[in-house]
Ligand binder design. Structure first.
Ligand code: ADP
Length: 475
């Protein structure tokens, strides 16, 4: 792609109105960037890289820590912004801000632990030194479901490693991203070290994957778009990291603590109205306890209030947009048409004036493998229940998907728990735990759910190149 051919042409529109998904009201209007402006930003980050990559780990660490402090000082305002543009309940939004900031704090610390190695050589007069260097300018594309955290777990390790960084956030939720970057600049991070731009996803994707000055593309979003980005990255052999879709199984064993399983299933399935890539998509329940588990779950789920996330009593906010809503409703209709029973929920509403969409938390029983919901990511507050008899049957059902992001199981039996965790083909496993995401641990998927890991000590690896120096000493 000729990066100058569209010089000056806005990629999205000149401006973008960001809507509150709960009310349809305009939260704010933002200016979109042209190809020329984005290219100029990339060039500036390329120059910035020459300086930033030579700073000491201490210098980078101090600035990341200051950014963390600034976000924490503004956490209430940021959380409100997230609820306004994303719709999630305010308490969840506040949790996201802290979680997002923690990635900056964590990688401020990891910046100081980018070690090398010396390796014994086979000749007495040779020395082998292995070092790690920042990869270069990194380009990121991020989704709307975690408008803050999906950015910090990329920009944190990138800057810590000594890379410079550009991100295009989702058009549904750019305000949080811009505000976080403003807080970062205020904390002292130079503008030629990181930037946030807004334009059409497809065109930005083509620009990032083909741009000669960008060395790495990191993406969180759908598997379909991820595959396109991987394919387009081939022409310039870019390093890629991909956090893609999931279809998480949640297994409830006959020896599970059922009250804990119900509570954690709700935590996993209904956070952000089920709009997370690791949320449980299929409940696979041992037939001996399926009746009791289902009735306890249905009772708890029927208490979850649906509405505007700014109302403190609301647990389930709106669906982000009509496209997401239609996908969820289609899955419910398809399941019911094929014989599924609605144990609770099954209701969905869309306001014709505002386009605000809500899906009531729904549990489906009498589910079978022919239903779309058993194979396609739902991204909504709907859970189908199927039963199993043997643990191997549960594992076979769980692994029967091209996805491999997160899996959950509930059992008090340690032997069965170890057997499950060793045989589930997933990158993230929650054992009696519906909320495994944390900054200290590597997050990422197997199979078509992605490439690479974010968070933990692994999270900085994909922003580093390995360099090996072979030294021949005088004889
Ligand atoms: P979702 O359907 O959940 O919005 P997407 O994968 O479509 O997931 O979107 C995630 C991010 O990818 C957003 O920032 C979006 O603008 C961007 N995007 C969408 N289509 C493309 C594309 N063809 N190439 C690059 N980025 C894209």
């Amino acid at each position: 792609m000729d990066i100058t051919e569209n010089q000056g042409r806005p990629l999205l529109k000149d401006t973008l109105a960001v809507l509150n998904p709960a009310t349809g009201e305009v939260v704010d209007t933002v200016k979109c960037d042209s190809i020329g402006e984005i290219n100029a930003k990339i060039v500036s980050l390329h120059h910035g890289f020459q300086k930033w990559s030579k700073t000491t780990a201490d210098e980078r660490s101090i600035l990341l820590r200051k950014w963390y402090d600034n976000i924490m000082a503004h956490q209430q305002d940021l959380a409100k912004l997230i609820t306004l543009e994303n719709g999630k309940p305010f308490k969840e939004a506040l949790g996201e801000v802290v979680y997002a900031a923690k990635y900056l704090e964590w990688f401020a610390e990891e910046a100081k632990r980018i070690y090398g190695r010396t390796v014994p050589a086979s000749s007495a007069n040779k020395r082998i030194i292995v070092t790690r260097e920042p990869i270069g300018v990194v380009a990121a594309i991020t989704p709307w479901n975690f408008p803050a955290a999906m950015i910090t777990r990329k920009v944190g390790p990138a800057l810590a490693a000594g890379c410079t960084f550009i991100v295009k956030p989702a058009p549904d939720t750019p305000l949080t991203a811009f505000e976080m970057f403003r807080l970062g600049y205020e904390a002292g991070i130079p503008e030629d070290v990181m930037g946030c731009v807004l334009a059409d996803g497809k065109q930005v994707g083509e620009l990032f994957t083909s741009h000669p000055l960008i060395r790495k593309v990191t993406f969180t979003g759908s598997t379909a778009v991820g595959k396109e980005l991987i394919k387009n990255s081939a022409s310039t052999v870019k390093n890629v990291s991909m956090e893609l879709g999931g279809h998480a199984p949640l297994i409830v064993d006959k020896e599970a603590d059922l009250d804990l399983a119900v509570q954690q299933t709700i935590a996993s399935k209904f956070r952000n109205a089920g709009q997370t890539c690791i949320c449980a998509n299929r409940l696979i329940v041992h037939e001996a306890i399926a009746g009791v588990f289902t009735s306890k779950l249905v009772q708890a789920v029927s208490l979850l209030k649906v509405g505007n996330g700014l109302d403190e009593s609301v647990a389930i906010g709106p669906i982000i947009n009509k496209k997401g809503f239609n996908k969820i409703v289609n899955q419910i209709k398809d399941a019911v048409k094929k014989g599924a029973k609605v144990a609770t929920g099954g209701k969905y509403i869309v306001d014709d004036d505002t386009n605000a969409c809500f899906v009531y938390p729904t549990i489906l029983t009498n589910v079978d493998d022919s239903m779309i919901i058993m194979h396609e990511e739902t991204f909504g507050p709907v859970a189908p229940i199927v039963t199993f008899q043997s643990i191997d049957e549960a594992i076979r059902l769980a692994n029967d998907t091209p996805y491999g992001l997160a899996a959950y199981f509930f059992t008090e039996n340690v032997s069965r728990g170890m057997y499950l965790s060793e045989n589930l083909q997933y990158g993230v496993i929650g054992w009696n735990d519906g909320g495994p995401s944390t900054v200290q641990a590597p997050f990422g998927g197997m199979k078509e759910s992605g490439i690479g890991r974010e968070g933990g000590s692994e999270g900085i690896e994909s922003y580093l190149e390995v360099k090996y120096v072979s030294i021949k000493l005088a004889d």
